[in-house]
Design a protein around this ligand. Structure first.
Ligand code: PLP
Length: 414
């Protein structure tokens, strides 16, 4: 069946509710969190209703069913990014995954390839979400490594003119976002991966804003670790995916220790299970993982290319219409070339919070603020922006309503 966003939207119960005295809900905040289709809500609640038990433990039927459902979800997630199943780790979300990898590196002792010390270097970019910045600041502080970064051009692209200086022989880790949650910019990974690997560094990719929106194949992407959050990919909250190359996961020390992640334990020592278990201490977020499995199956069935093409078409329409509003300035690329469907802008002197509130009164949900990327908004010289972020269930009617809302706000505040 050809892709039809109006039909897709019917799968999401929340999208048929009204808000603010009967207004149609125009949900343009999927960059913060996506809405959930009925199949995901059902999968999570059915787990509790029918199969709930601690996975990998009990010798009874429910434990067996729960384990099958949990491991089934892992297989779906692996398929979603074309990974080997043992390379896929369930976390609480991208924030936890990025802390996991940073803390795990901090646990590495001398001789381990992830051991960092004075004289080593960690590279990030100026467009990172705080989730992919602060864990690296902290790791640098704990180990004595330096933190350097690739800057952002006024057009909202990464400045790669000094790539070979920023990523140097001292660099051990390069951590960057695939797509900026503020600018919508999609970063050119090939050049960065090549330089990082030439100097022996690993590349950690924050795919929060890309994996839910485009096909991802970790076998060709060229990065070493990758993460995304389930809740931005029509899945439940409290679950995310952390992927790493098998040989690197084998060498990476654990972050959290405790039950389920061990091979053998004595009163004074412990040895670790292999990945993925090594990184899943404790009874995991089983129902959420099963819900995420349903979410990724749902997206796969619709087709990630269809979703990407749909968003690309809508983004182009949105950018063209925004360009007609005189006082509006898009912060980030103004064409769909290497850009996704998160579109941030300023509107004359109107504060984004006022604009957001005005739009909310019209039934339009957008995000305003620094979008957890404070250094970036500072660099761009704006106190805050308004962001509309599109997903598979958005339609041209949503864009028309947003444009009407912006024009109305200009008159109201003008
Ligand atoms: N990275 C990016 C680019 C994001 O947009 C977000 C969330 O907005 C995160 C990381 C953090 O994701 P979470 O809060 O789901 O852990």
């Amino acid at each position: 069946m050809p892709f039809n966003a109006i039909e897709v939207a019917k799968d999401f119960p929340i999208l048929s509710r009204t808000i603010r005295d009967g207004k149609r809900l125009v949900y343009l905040d999927s960059g913060a969190t996506s809405q959930k289709p009925e199949v995901v809500i059902e999968a999570e609640s059915n787990f509790y209703r029918l199969h709930n038990a601690a996975v990998h433990r009990g010798a009874h039927q429910l434990a067996e069913e729960a384990t099958d459902a949990y491991e089934g979800a892992r297989a779906i997630a692996a398929n979603f990014i074309n990974a080997d199943v043992d390379e896929v780790i369930f976390t609480k979300g991208a924030t936890e995954s990025l802390n996991l990898v940073a803390y795990a590196m901090g646990n590495a002792v001398a001789g381990n390839r992830f051991h960092l010390t004075t004289g080593d270097n960690i590279v990030v970019t100026e467009m990172e979400h705080h989730a992919n910045l602060i864990p690296w600041q902290q790791l640098a502080a704990r180990t004595g490594a330096t933190l350097t970064w690739l800057s952002v051009t006024p057009e909202g692209r990464l400045d790669l003119s000094n790539l070979n200086q920023v990523i140097s022989e001292k660099t051990k880790v390069v951590a960057l976002t695939h797509q900026s949650n503020v600018l919508g910019t999609i970063n050119p990974l090939d050049e960065i991966n090549k330089r990082a690997h030439d100097v022996g560094a690993v590349v950690v990719l924050d795919a929060c804003q890309s994996a839910p929106h485009m096909p991802i194949d970790v076998k060709t992407l060229g990065v070493d670790f990758l993460t995304f959050s389930g809740h931005k990919a029509v899945g439940p909250t409290g679950v995310g995916i952390f992927w790493g190359r098998a040989e690197l996961l084998a060498e990476l020390p654990p972050f959290l220790t405790g039950g389920s992640m061990i091979e053998n334990v004595t009163m004074t020592t412990a040895t670790w299970a292999q990945a993925p278990k090594k990184f899943e201490a404790g009874v995991p977020n089983m129902a959420q993982a099963v819900g995420l499995g349903a979410a990724l199956s749902y997206l796969t069935k619709i087709g990630m290319k269809n979703i990407h093409d749909h968003e690309n078409k809508l983004t182009s329409i949105l950018l063209n219409k925004l360009a007609e509003i005189k006082n509006l300035k898009v912060v980030g690329p103004t064409t769909t070339q290497m850009r996704g469907a998160a579109v941030s802008f300023t509107l004359g002197e109107i504060h984004p919070h006022d604009l957001g509130q005005y739009l909310d009164n019209q039934g339009i949900a957008v995000r305003t603020g620094h979008h957890c990327a404070w250094p970036l908004t500072r660099k761009l010289g704006v106190p805050a922006t308004t962001r509309a972020s599109l997903y598979l269930y958005n339609t041209e009617a949503d864009i028309d309503d947003l444009i009407k809302g912006i024009v109305g706000a200009e008159k109201y505040f003008g």
